[in-house]
Ligand binder design. Sequence first.
Ligand code: IMP
Ligand code: MG
Length: 183
Amino acid sequence: MPTLTADPRLQGRAVKRIVYTEDGLAARVRELGQEITRFYPDGDLLMLGLLKGSFIFLSDLVRQVQRPLQVDFLVASSYGDGTVSSGNVRLLYDPETELEGKHILLVEDIVDTGRTLSRLMDLLQARKPRSLEICALLHKHIASELRYPTRFIGYDAPNEFLVGYGLDHAENFRHLPYIASLQ
Ligand code: IMP
Ligand code: MG
C-alpha cells in the first residue's frame, strides 16, 4: 500500500486515512460475487451499472459471478430547481437490452440519501423485470429516502466523504485502487 503523502495520484491533497485497501476490496468483491451466484440459480441475469461511480466495482464484480449474465449501464441525471436534488430523475442513457422477464441487479457505488436510487428503481420496476435488486459496494445507512431494500452490500460505510475505486470528488480520485476518506 502506498504511504498517503507519497502517492503521486493524490495531487498533493491530504487524505485522512485509507478506509478499504486494495486487497480488502478484492476479497470482499469476490465474496459478493459468490453471494450473487448463489442468489440467482436460474433465469437471465442483467447487471446494470449506474455510471460513473460503479465502473470499477462493476467490472471487478462481474468477473466474480460464476453464471451467465449480461452487462449494461444506466446514466441518470437529477433535475429540478438547482443545487438540492429534487428527487426527479431522468435517464441520459437507457439500457438497450430488454429488461422484461429478466433478473435485474442494479449496481451502485455508494448509497447516501438513496434519493436517486429510489426513483431509478421505480423506473426500472415499470419495465416488468422478473426480479429487481440493488447491489451497493458501500452503504452509509442514513438513506432515509430509499424505499427499496439493498440486497447486497459490500460494507457499511462510515459517514465520511470517501474517494477512490470509482468514487470521486469533483471528478478526481476515481482511479485510486483503494478507498480513502477526505475528511
Ligand atoms: P444519493 O442519491 O444521495 O444516495 O447519492 C448517491 C451518490 O452520491 C453516489 O452514487 C455518489 O456518486 C455520491 N456520493 C455519496 N456519498 C459519497 C461519498 O462519500 N463519496 C463520493 N461520492 C458520494
Ligand atoms: Mg459522484
